[in-house]
Design a protein around this ligand. Structure first.
Ligand code: ADP
Ligand code: MG
Ligand code: ZN
Length: 523
């Protein structure tokens, strides 16, 4: 095809992801070293196995396998009856053995799917496989990025952390779809309790992308030959959802520009440079044969057949969202908020056991989550203060404190200063409102503000807000503004009624040119 003909064709972005997820276990996948290495001195969480010393033998961590089975079940994948580890050979200093123990033709999970929602459109992303492997050590490039650094520091604390590589089919058609997928995946992993999203680098993505002539994409599915003949790039070093979206958007533009100028896209591996916001060429793409895979003879094949049945998973986000709508009558937005993490959903359900679900939803979804979010806190920061939180709702429910004060004063100080609700109420003097005092304050306020009363009767509804403010001031903020509002309106209406009764005794203006009645002035 000539360059012009090529440039005139319509292309669709086709994207597939390889997602590396660190599984949360106490110890590494093939040795007893701790996985909590992030704050430790470099190279202190190591042993002969994860340093690859001669003669050291790997022993498989049962917890890592169980976590992998959970992920497989959550992705609705087939779990292997028997699985096998392979050596993936490559020379790079992040793995001192010069090979990575990974899985090849017998991955622990295959053929799954995960549904995502993009712009209200729900669809399934096919998962080709998900296998177990060991994480390499981490490299820190000094004085530049990977291609310009003066030297590189190596920390093997991370080497041997259990990693699951989840490979999707090339089912994405836009960078935004990959972001939705990664969020959903992270959500599911959090529900399973096998993943810590707050850990740096716990989810890393390689993104494969090619441009395929739109005419070759039929009903969303692409022929194998079109996929294979397309030159794709694999972008490495992406460590966030946003990063994936940005790196792919950059790559779509770069490839489109190449195609429009009649140039072929190189099949290559590129590196996402987060700080510069660009992808840079790293090397020509390696092929499978470059890795010389062969079975890891130090680890016998693993029978998962019977054991996999015993490994259970909790209710997942989609199912829980639906149940929250049915069982508690929540709207979609609240149901989504209240199931955003398993911890939030558990917290809400515990509150809903004690109160009306609608009240529980308002308190958890709107008040608590809003205030936590504002403070960069999460529900985990308050789970052990559950009793204090429900006590606050009880106090409001019993009328001991107003909703406004509970939301705007007590809850905020509870979070900022770790105080109990009582401590805040005492220190602010927000105790039970004296009804008589409120009534007196309303009467006094009306007496003192005849202008506002006149404005109200002239149709200026804003006058009521002014009066409410005055009453709130007189009661030191302890009255319920809603109640004060109602009380004031009742009084103002009575006032109007009294006036309309009295105006029946009007007399006519005596002037011949005037047909207006004269109203008596009522004060
Ligand atoms: P490799 O082993 O070379 O990385 P795979 O065939 O295992 O290649 O595929 C890796 C990833 O690349 C998968 O996520 C797959 O969906 C994706 N992929 C395959 N073909 C294409 C393509 N033409 N365009 C974009 N992504 C692709
Ligand atoms: Mg790959
Ligand atoms: Zn070790």
């Amino acid at each position: 095809m000539t360059a012009t003909a090529l440039a005139q064709r319509d292309f669709t972005a086709v994207i597939g992801l390889e997602v590396h997820v660190q599984l949360e276990t106490e110890t590494k996948i093939f040795c007893g070293c701790s996985t909590r290495g992030n704050d430790a001195e470099p190279n202190t969480r190591t042993c002969p196995v994860c340093l690859g010393l001669p003669g050291a033998l790997p022993v498989l961590n049962k917890a890592a396998v169980e976590a992998a089975v959970k992920v497989g079940k959550a992705l609705n994948a087939d779990i292997a009856e028997e699985t096998q580890f392979h050596r993936k050979n490559y020379y790079y200093p992040d793995l001192p053995k010069n090979f990575q123990i990974s899985q090849y033709d017998a991955p622990i999970c295959a053929d799954g799917q995960l549904s995502i929602t993009v712009e209200d459109d729900r669809r399934e992303v096919a998962i080709r496989r998900a296998h177990l492997e060991e994480d390499p050590g981490s490299l820190t490039h000094q004085g530049g990025s990977i291609d310009t650094a003066e030297y590189t520091l190596i920390d093997y604390n991370r080497a041997g952390t259990p990693l699951m590589e989840i490979v999707t089919e090339p089912d994405f058609r836009s960078p935004a779809e990959t972001r939705a997928f990664l969020s959903k995946l992270e959500e599911v992993l959090e529900y399973l309790g096998v993943f810590d999203p707050t850990e740096d680098g716990s989810l890393r993505v390689d993104a494969n992308i090619s441009l395929i002539p739109t005419e070759e994409i039929d009903d969303g599915s692409i022929t194998t030959s079109a996929l294979e003949s397309a030159n794709r790039t694999e972008v490495k070093n992406i460590s966030s959802h946003k990063g994936a979206e940005k790196a792919l958007a950059y790559e779509v533009t770069r490839q489109r520009n190449a195609v429009e100028r009649g140039r072929a896209v190189e099949q290559e591996t590129r590196h996402w440079d987060e700080s510069r916001g660009i992808t840079v060429s790293m090397r020509s793409k390696e092929a499978e044969k470059d890795y010389r895979y062969f079975p890891e003879a130090d680890l016998p094949p693993l029978a998962v057949a019977d054991w996999k049945e015993e490994i259970s998973i909790p209710e997942l986000p989609d199912a829980r969202r639906e149940r929250f709508r049915d069982e508690y009558g929540l709207d979609s937005e609240s149901a989504a908020k209240l199931t955003s993490t398993k911890a939030v959903a558990d917290f809400f359900e515990n509150v809903a056991e004690q109160f009306d679900p609608a009240l529980a939803a308002t308190w958890v979804a709107d008040n608590l989550l809003g205030e936590l979010n504002y403070r960069d806190m999460t529900i985990a920061d308050v789970t052990d203060r559950f009793g204090e939180f429900t006590h606050l709702i009880e106090l409001v429910d019993a009328g001991d404190i107003t909703t406004k004060n509970a939301e705007e004063v007590v809850l905020r100080r509870m979070l900022d200063e770790e105080l109990t609700p009582e401590a805040v109420i005492d220190s602010e003097g927000l105790g039970r409102v004296d009804e008589d005092a409120v009534v007196t304050a309303v009467t006094d306020t009306l007496d003192e503000n005849p202008d506002a009363i006149a404005d109200y009767h002239a149709g200026e509804d804003g006058a009521v807000n002014f009066l409410v403010g005055q009453v709130m001031q007189k009661t030191g903020g302890s009255a319920d503004p809603g109640e004060v509002n109602t009380l004031l309106r009742e009084r103002l209406e009575d006032w109007g009624h009294q006036q309309s009764v009295e105006i029946t005794s009007f007399s006519w203006c005596g002037q011949w040119w005037c047909s207006l009645p004269i109203y008596p002035i009522v004060l």
